[in-house]
Design a protein around this ligand. Structure first.
Ligand code: 13P
Length: 691
């Protein structure tokens, strides 16, 4: 059922679309014809004189554009809801108008299809009832209309259709209608088309006579016409049978000077005749009078006749003569006939033995350089090679469809290139994102261990601070000192340039733990970091995973960032157990943290065999292990958190090998022992981030 509904809706939509496109197009190519028709309607309601011409002409162009655009929108199923509702509203109004013209009969032809097809008022009403029903079906469920163009391309078709049809109207106003559907088109022999062929059916009339006798009124026909005792009152004649009417039946030319009918002499003239057709000289465009005068001179020179046909008064003819210096003869004809002959006021016709061989708008008259020989030697003096109607229709369709196709293609290419660009941008953003990940904190942290007394420590801290304040590092710098240094060192450091950390903290919150320093105490010195899990603490002070877990929790609870160390012994590496060992260390002490707490963890991978031995892990070994650590962090906290985690390498790291180590994508800096005890050495490592 729903399939049938969709089929019906689309049949209705196509019927409407094609009707609208056709009616819009034929109106657009003949805006003056449409204007005349609108004026006829206005005249029927006595408004013609009140409405200025430019209004009716604009209305003609607008009407054509609306119909054509609606047709195209329906055809492509563009803006389906809007289009279907507008179509229904439009058809409802049109149907009401046709009901009126059917009843009141103010015009003989509705003008729906210009001069291309003429319908009787009854036919028009039937057509509109059918179309309004179709419009109702389509408007009922607009989404049933199958789209012929993607919504992203709709704007293109919409704008193009409107620009095309308005452009067509303006062009045809400037020149002449692209298709000439009127009886006076090129190739027509006027005289022949005025002739009623022998034996053609004659129009039959019936006259009714109204007669009166002794106060009695009665109707009679010619067949029962009464005797003379009846007195004639009135007569009524009606057409009972329409006979043959030749295509041209209203072409009469009278001389403006003598009043003589010269139609036959003009149409039977053996040579060439120019007819300047100006229905109304009062409203005629006089801007090209120079061209007209030259054509008249040319005609005189080459034996061609030249007449100006007009329906104007003597006064207007005289005025035209004054303005333009016209010397050509003027003839009178019916205004409607003249308007039918050519859609230009004035326009020019060239007849050859009564046959129309050329028509020009006053804007595109033949120029003097074209008129350089007798007419029979010129191309304008020959009957043009008329292309067949179908090939002209094809041409017109191509002028609409080809640019539309090319525009759509351009739009698709543009959309594609935009897509490619956006992909590139995405990649760039991804790169930036990635490099942003690479922008996770780079850190060089010193671990002084148990090396410096307070004075030396403070002096070194001062020196480092001064060096880094003078030359801002490209990474975060932290110095981790014995407990006794912390408070004093905190005083000499610019905390925005150099961070401070402890090398340890207690696994207890507070209380009777002689010799211990709690995380809170560390924090109270001004330190921000604490190293936990260093192999030396594990090895020499028996710190187990559980103890470290307590320390980690306490440090984080007191707002310290934890530099958590992990690493395997030489035996473990030789047994290729490094991954296992490191994973167990992390799992035992830090992987219990939640994602939020994890943000305060910095990992330092320090292979025990490399610490203080001068035996550095190669950059590849370090990179491999740090990549592995990042992967297990990713497993636990997700890729994003892993990308954000700073992972340092520690173990015989010095200024000479730091650049190589730090060049690895997963190495985010170093935890430095021996080389952090001298400012120059330490700075040399820090500067590795500048290379
Ligand atoms: P070295 O740099 O002296 O090898 O020490 C590394 C270390 O243990 C840092 O914590």
């Amino acid at each position: 059922m729903s399939k049938l509904r969709v089929v019906i809706a689309n049949v209705c939509r196509l019927l409407l679309a094609l009707t609208f496109i056709l009616s819009g197009y034929v109106k657009a190519i003949d805006p003056l014809g449409t204007q005349y028709k609108i004026t006829d309607y206005l005249a029927a309601i006595d408004l013609a004189a009140m409405v200025p011409q430019w209004t009716t002409l604009s209305a003609a162009v607008a009407l054509a554009a609306i119909e054509f655009a609606l047709g195209v929108f329906l055809l492509f199923a563009i803006k389906r809801q809007f289009t279907s509702r507008l179509t229904l509203a439009f058809m409802a109004v049109m149907t009401l108008i046709t009901v009126w013209i059917y009843i009141a009969d103010p015009v003989k032809d509705c003008g729906c299809f210009g001069d291309a097809f003429t319908l009787t008022n009854g036919e028009t009403l039937l057509k509109n009832i059918l179309l309004v029903l179709c419009a109702a079906v389509v408007a009922w469920r607009p989404s049933d209309m199958v789209r012929l163009i993607s919504s992203s391309n709709q704007w293109l078709v919409m704008n193009y259709a409107v620009v095309y049809i308005i452009g067509t109207s303006l062009w045809c106003l400037y020149t002449l209608p692209t298709f000439d559907f009127r009886p006076y088109h090129i190739g027509v022999n006027i005289k022949q088309d005025m002739t009623v062929p022998e034996g053609a059916p004659q129009t039959e009339y019936e006259t009714t006579f109204i007669m009166k006798k002794n106060g009695v009124t009665k109707e009679f026909t010619a067949d029962n016409y009464p005797d003379s005792t009846w007195q004639f009152v009135d007569a009524r004649t009606v057409v009972t049978k329409q006979g043959y009417e030749p295509p041209i039946h209203d072409f009469i030319i009278d001389s403006a000077t003598t009043g003589e009918d010269i139609t036959d002499s003009i149409l039977s003239r053996p040579g060439y005749t120019f007819l300047l057709v100006a229905p109304s000289l009062a409203r005629a465009d006089d801007s090209n009078f120079g061209d007209i005068d030259q054509i008249y001179e040319y005609a005189q020179e080459h034996g061609a006749a030249f007449y100006c046909l007009t329906a104007s008064t003597d006064k207007n003819i005289a005025r035209w003569r004054d303005i333009t210096g016209a010397e050509y003869p003027f003839c009178l004809s019916d205004e409607t006939t003249l308007k039918t002959i050519i859609r230009s006021n004035p326009g020019l016709l060239l007849l050859k033995k009564g046959t129309i061989i050329g028509k020009w708008s006053h804007n595109l008259l033949p120029q003097t350089d074209e008129l350089n020989a007798p007419l029979h030697q010129l191309s304008i003096g020959q009957m043009p090679q008329q292309s067949s109607t179908s090939s002209r229709i094809l041409k017109v369709m191509l002028t609409f469809l080809l640019p539309l196709f090319l525009l759509s293609l351009a739009d698709r290419l543009w959309a594609w290139s935009k897509w490619v660009r956006s992909k590139q941008k995405e990649n760039n953003i991804f790169q930036i994102f990635k490099s942003k990940k690479k922008m996770r904190k780079k850190i060089v942290a010193g671990n002084w261990k148990m090396n410096l007394n307070l004075q030396d420590g403070v002096a070194l801290a001062k020196e480092i601070n001064e060096a880094l304040v003078a030359e801002k590092p490209n990474c975060d710098v932290v110095i981790c000192t014995p407990f006794i240094h912390l408070a004093s060192v905190a005083q000499v450091l610019d905390s925005t340039v150099v961070g401070l950390g402890a090398e340890n903290c207690a696994d207890k919150e507070k209380g009777a733990y002689t010799g211990e320093v709690s995380a809170e105490m560390v924090k109270s010195t001004g330190a921000q970091y604490v190293i936990l899990g260093h192999s030396e603490r594990r090895q020499y002070y028996g710190e187990t995973a559980e103890i470290l877990k307590e320390k980690v929790d306490l440090a984080l609870a007191h707002g310290l960032k934890v530099i958590f160390c992990c690493g395997e012994t030489l035996e473990e590496r030789e047994a290729e157990k490094q991954n296992e060992v490191v994973k167990a260390e992390l799992a035992g002490s830090v992987f219990h943290l939640d994602a939020e707490a994890w943000k305060n963890i910095i990992i330092a991978y320090e292979p025990i065999w490399a610490i203080g031995t001068g035996k550095t892990a190669t950059s590849d070994q370090a990179e491999e292990m740090l990549a592995y650590i990042r992967s297990i962090v990713a497993e636990k906290y997700g890729q994003e958190a892993a990308e954000d985690t700073s992972i340092l390498y520690g173990g015989s790291c010095k200024a000479s090998n730091a650049p190589e180590l730090f060049s690895k994508p997963n190495i985010d800096g170093g935890l430095i022992g021996g080389a952090s005890l001298k400012c120059a050495d330490f700075k040399g490592i820090i500067d590795a981030w500048k290379k």
